[in-house]
Design a protein around this ligand. Structure first.
Ligand code: MGP
Ligand code: SAH
Length: 292
């Protein structure tokens, strides 16, 4: 008997996860040391957005030397790991990808974004996808790259991020298939008059501290995750892909369902390590295995 992918209120707490595993070239990234002379002007500019000095070294020497730490002042060591993972975030990083500080820790890694795109774009039929928390474009680039028959409505409350998303999409040659807008999610969704096939939700989780909670509640998000889900379903479509923290409270997800509705909860791993969870609703949830 196959395991069901779906969860409904009537099934009680029957969960199953669909794992996928990626290998990438940065599995040993902890050992990378950035040497000042090897850092280009572009890299220096990007590191500045992270609060890192351009002479930053990621070696253990950096951790041990208190003197150096004092010199570095407000450097946030925790952000260094995102720099190491830059090609995981954008494989074309070196072609001039732009990010701001929040985006360094929020952008969806390219392989996960590509996978989510494959789940949202099911066939060659023309498809409209909305990403109202587009950030600097990690997901919209993969949606647009996945099929020429996809059109994307992308928006974000932060005009600077929308501008960076447009720039980044042009590096991947897909900006012509994306309509960019600036605005608050709850306002934007009320202005959309065309049919949208599915909506992708990746709101802020409150920064890297989201992991301090054992079970991250949907209501810990700002805006509140319950309100985001309900508004997306009411104004746009019930076909929702919701990108969530890996410690998301499963009972919160369960509580979103009405009788007869299903959810598929997918854990997204890179190099065996859970990174994110994606919850699929409506016709994005795989229901075929539930009957077997
Ligand atoms: P992480 O836990 O900050 O990084 O985020 P990592 O590398 O797993 O940390 P480690 O020290 O445990 O190894 C993991 C992924 O979650 C990021 O790459 C982002 O894709 C996503 N993510 C993280 N945050 C804080 C957010 C957020 O606020 N919003 C969204 N949409 N995604 C986020
Ligand atoms: N998926 C994106 C990252 C999204 S991070 C990527 O891969 O690049 C979450 C984004 O939500 C941030 O860019 C933030 O500016 C935006 N945001 C926060 N509150 C919002 C709101 N009320 N309406 C729309 N966007 C909002």
């Amino acid at each position: 008997m196959k395991l069901a992918y779906c969860l409904s209120p009537r099934c009680g707490k029957l969960y199953s996860y669909w794992f996928f595993l990626f290998m990438d070239k940065e599995s040993n990234c902890e050992s990378i040391e950035i040497i000042a002379d090897e850092i280009s002007e572009q890299e220096k500019a990007v590191m500045k957005t992270m609060g890192l000095p351009s002479h930053f070294s990621s070696s253990k020497k950096y951790d041990k030397s208190k003197k150096k730490q004092q010199q570095h002042g407000k450097v946030k060591k925790s952000l260094c790991k995102y720099w190491h993972q830059r090609y995981r975030l954008f494989s074309r990083f070196d072609q001039g990808i732009k990010l701001d500080k929040e985006s360094w820790y929020s952008v969806t890694p390219e392989m996960i974004a590509l996978h989510i795109a494959s789940r949202c774009v099911k066939d060659d039929n023309y498809r409209v996808i909305m990403d109202p928390f587009c950030g600097v474009g990690g997901n919209i680039i993969q949606f647009a790259s996945f099929s020429k028959n996809v059109f994307i409505i992308a928006s974000d409350i932060d005009p600077k991020k929308v501008s960076m998303a447009k720039h980044n999409a042009s590096i991947y040659d897909v900006s012509h298939r994306i309509a960019f807008m600036v605005g608050d999610f709850f306002n934007i969704i009320k202005t959309i008059k065309i049919h949208v096939d599915c909506i992708f939700l990746s709101p802020p989780w409150g920064g890297p501290d989201y992991l301090k909670q054992d079970n991250y509640s949907l209501s810990s998000m700002t805006p509140d995750g319950f309100n985001i889900y309900n508004a997306a379903k009411k104004y746009i479509t019930p076909n929702i892909a919701f990108l969530l923290p890996r410690n998301i409270d499963r009972d919160d997800l369960n509580s979103l369902l009405q009788p007869g509705e299903f959810i598929e909860i997918e854990q997204n791993l890179i190099n065996d390590k859970p990174k994110t969870v994606t919850a699929y609703f409506g016709d994005l949830a795989k229901q075929d295995l539930l009957q077997s």
